[in-house]
Design a protein around this ligand. Structure first.
Ligand code: PEP
Ligand code: MG
Length: 746
């Protein structure tokens, strides 16, 4: 058997580059490449199989097999030796292919003549694009050098395929990034949007794959890794004091100093790759392993390595996160993940957001919701599939993302947008009219807010006021505790923007899913049931007093409304109220102006508070049902857990009966009551809440139109009859009966 030398590989790569530089059309290029590889590897056969669709591979070019089989021979992933390479993403190297496990005889190719088989996956950054095969008559196993050389060639082919080098006349192949892709994710904020991709962290484009001077490339790699190490050391210094962050950076440092990683990249360079291509080759292998590993610790480490490789590529290519691309006028942000502050910087310029990771309860999701930007999280592979400027449509109602969609999908999607726009016009026409039901009951519709950016919606939506201002967002989006003066200025701006309309400021609701980046995290087994909201406020009175002072000063002699979150028992309300009274007394002493009137209320978010003594209902200024939390505790179903989140219907008879009990107690004690959880913004739910006696609902601004429109069509006595009917029939939820009633109103 003949030994291959490193210079053989380099020669082959050099010839490949020349082939690429020629004027040949796609198919001719592929043919030339198979010929070059077969000759260089001293094999009779070289074939390239590429994916035709998600699970079919197609023979796209061959040297040595029957030419008629090109674009005719196809196989499913997992089928035959080629299909097995694609499925396992591992090489197959056998001296006796017909006897190897999984061999499938394909008469049209004439491959039975060839005994040895070496197949390697053509993959790029974790995505498998096809399989590269060499075969020979002589029964032999390919040696390590040959395998390695073929892997390097496969990597170059992957890049070329990606760059669309094989598209064109005669080639039944299209570049991967030109095909439509449809992905399913999880809805974190509803709404539909059409626009063009704006990558938060654009991929590094490597165009110089092959290099002639390995010494120069090795030096470039060494220099870049030195710079990388330096930057990791700097990160470590900057994160001093944050143990968790330090642990992550220590892992980075370990990788950055890894001799194995360095050696593998240097070997790749010796084979003829450029420094960038070498980094990317190792990154691809790590990604492929990441996709296959079921060990979450291992996956996380490989993901660290992935991140580090990106940094290294940016150093080598000089491409920062700013690649000079221009943001499209209708940007839909695509990212692996994004922090709340970064998202706020983009603000309302974005039409939509698609994240590969993220979670429904993340801070970014909270911000997206506050900005009313449709958001889909867990959209697997999106950062691999999307390129800056690609056409993209997101359906934040169904959790679907359509990238480069074909005409049919585009037109049905546009129909949906048009229908929604028509509905918006209908809502706009009743914006200044009250939500009066057919039976003459008026329901006050308020909006939920949390950012200054929300306030314009107060006018646009026709909301009567802000029923819930989540003050924690201001704390969450910063990296240090905000100062009293800043908070006061912000609250004042909110009140100014509200122009006299009532704003219910909820005091800090942190803990559970809302962890302040600058506060030591508590390792609690059940954070939703843990040290959060008013519990933190009472245990850390300094923060609470600071916020209360900011609110009192912001009122500037006008009226003020304050609400305490997550009150589970009367005593907590009393203690919080006492804090407020103490703060007011302090302010008076200091000579500050006091609000003309102060309303103080509590959120009813725990079932226990519904059973508090009458005295509590009499003392509290008002109550607002926080259905998001109340429901999770009522059904014992975590609101952040996708598996159980939607398992129990809000209109479940038990929950509705429970809510009725709260309404009755408030009526009996004359306590003003509202509902400010997400469900208040869902038209059917809002209708049922009105039917059981709620007269104030607070919701996202975009929900006010749909809720008002439905309320105005319905008679609450008839809705109550539908609810009672369902209950009498023993139905689990009243939804079906109420929906049926609603249908009859249209
Ligand atoms: C609720 O729990 O319903 C609520 C409005 O508060 P948050 O969603 O901020 O916990
Ligand atoms: Mg809550």
């Amino acid at each position: 058997m003949q030994e291959r030398t490193e210079s053989d590989s380099r020669k082959l790569l050099g010839r490949l580059r020349d082939a690429m530089a020629g004027d040949d059309a796609g198919q001719a290029r592929l043919d030339k490449i198979t010929h070059l590889i077969a000759t260089s590897m001293k094999c009779e056969v070289c074939s390239i199989y590429l994916f035709r669709d998600d699970d079919t591979l197609e023979l796209c070019a061959t040297e040595g097999l029957n030419k008629e089989a090109v674009h005719q021979t196809r196989m499913k992933v997992g089928e035959g030796l080629v299909g097995r390479v694609a499925k396992s993403r591992n090489i197959i190297n056998t001296p006796d292919a017909p006897q190897a496990k999984g061999f499938r005889y394909m008469a049209e190719t004439g491959e039975d003549l060839f005994s040895s088989f070496l197949g390697v996956p053509i993959q790029r950054l974790g995505d498998i694009l096809g399989v590269l095969v060499v075969q020979s008559k002589v029964a032999r196993e390919f040696n390590t050098d040959e395998v390695y050389a073929l892997e390097v060639v496969a990597m170059v082919l992957a890049e070329m395929t990606e760059l669309g080098a094989f598209v064109g006349e005669g080639a039944a192949m299209s570049a991967r990034h030109s095909q439509p892709v449809s992905l399913r994710g999880t809805v974190a904020q509803e709404g539909v949007a059409e626009g063009h991709v704006w990558l938060h962290e654009p991929r590094v484009v490597v165009s110089n794959l092959i290099a002639d001077d390995p010494e120069c490339e090795t030096q470039r790699l060494i220099d870049a890794v030195d710079t990388l190490r330096l930057s990791v050391d700097q990160m470590l210094t900057m994160s001093a004091g944050d143990k968790e962050q330090q642990e992550v950076i220590e892992t980075y440092r370990m990788f950055a100093n890894s001799k194995g990683w360095m050696k593998r990249m240097q070997d790749d360079i010796t084979q003829g790759l450029s420094a960038e291509a070498a980094v990317e080759k190792e990154q691809s292998l790590a990604r492929a392993r990441m996709g296959q590993s079921s060990d979450s610790y291992m996956r996380e480490r490989l993901s660290d390595l992935d991140d580090l490789s990106n940094r290294l590529l940016r150093i080598l290519t000089g491409q920062g996160s700013n690649t000079g691309a221009e943001m499209p006028p209708d940007p839909i942000l695509v990212a692996r993940n994004i922090g709340p502050a970064e998202l706020l910087e983009y603000g309302r310029t974005l039409r939509g957001i698609v994240l590969e990771e993220g979670s429904v309860g993340s801070h970014a999701a909270i911000v997206a919701r506050a900005l009313a930007i449709p958001l889909i999280v867990h959209a697997g592979r999106i950062t691999n599939e999307a390129l800056n400027g690609d056409h993209i449509m997101i359906d934040g109602d169904l959790g679907r993302v359509h990238l480069r969609a074909d005409e049919n999908v585009v037109s049905s999607f546009r129909d949906k947008i048009a229908m929604q726009a028509a509905a918006q016009e209908r809502y706009a026409s009743i914006r200044d009219q009250p939500a009066v039901t057919k039976c003459g009951n008026t329901i006050a519709l308020h909006m939920n807010a949390g950012l200054m950016a929300d306030l314009p919606s107060l006018v646009n939506s026709g909301a009567e006021g802000v029923g819930l201002f989540r003050t924690e967002l201001q704390f969450l989006v910063r990296n240090k505790m905000p100062r009293r003066a800043d908070l006061s200025t912000l609250y004042r701006r909110v009140l100014d923007a509200a122009q006299g309309k009532r704003v219910v400021f909820r005091t800090l609701d942190i803990g559970s899913d809302k962890v302040l980046p600058y506060m030591k995290p508590n390792d609690e087994p059940n954070p939703a049931l843990g040290w959060r909201a008013i519990r933190v406020g009472l245990d850390k009175p300094g923060i609470m007093r600071m916020q209360l002072q900011a609110l009192l000063r912001a009122a500037d002699g006008g009226p003020l409304t304050v609400m305490f979150p997550f009150v589970a028992q009367f005593e907590e309300y009393r203690a919080a109220r006492a804090q407020l009274d103490k703060t007011i007394a302090g302010e008076k002493k200091l000579g500050h102006k006091l609000p003309s009137s102060i309303e103080v209320g509590a959120m009813l978010e725990t079932p226990s508070l519904a059973f508090a003594p009458d005295k509590f209902f009499e003392e509290v200024g008002f109550l607002s049902i926080g259905g998001n939390d109340l429901k999770q505790f009522f059904f014992a179903a975590d609101r952040e857990n996708e598996r159980v989140r939607k398992r129990y219907d809000t209109l479940n008879v038990s929950f509705l009966t429970f809510l009725e009990g709260i309404v009755e107690r408030c009526v009996a004690t004359g306590t003003p009551l509202s509902f400010c959880g997400e469900d208040a913004g869902r038209p059917i739910e809002a209708l049922c809440f009105a039917a059981i006696g709620l007269r104030t609902l607070s919701m996202r601004p975009a929900s006010i139109g749909p809720v008002k429109s439905l309320l105005r069509r319905c008679d609450l006595a008839e809705v109550r009859a539908a609810i009672h009917g369902a209950r009498d029939r023993g139905e689990m939820s009243v939804r079906g009966a109420v929906m049926e009633y609603v249908r009859q109103q249209y």
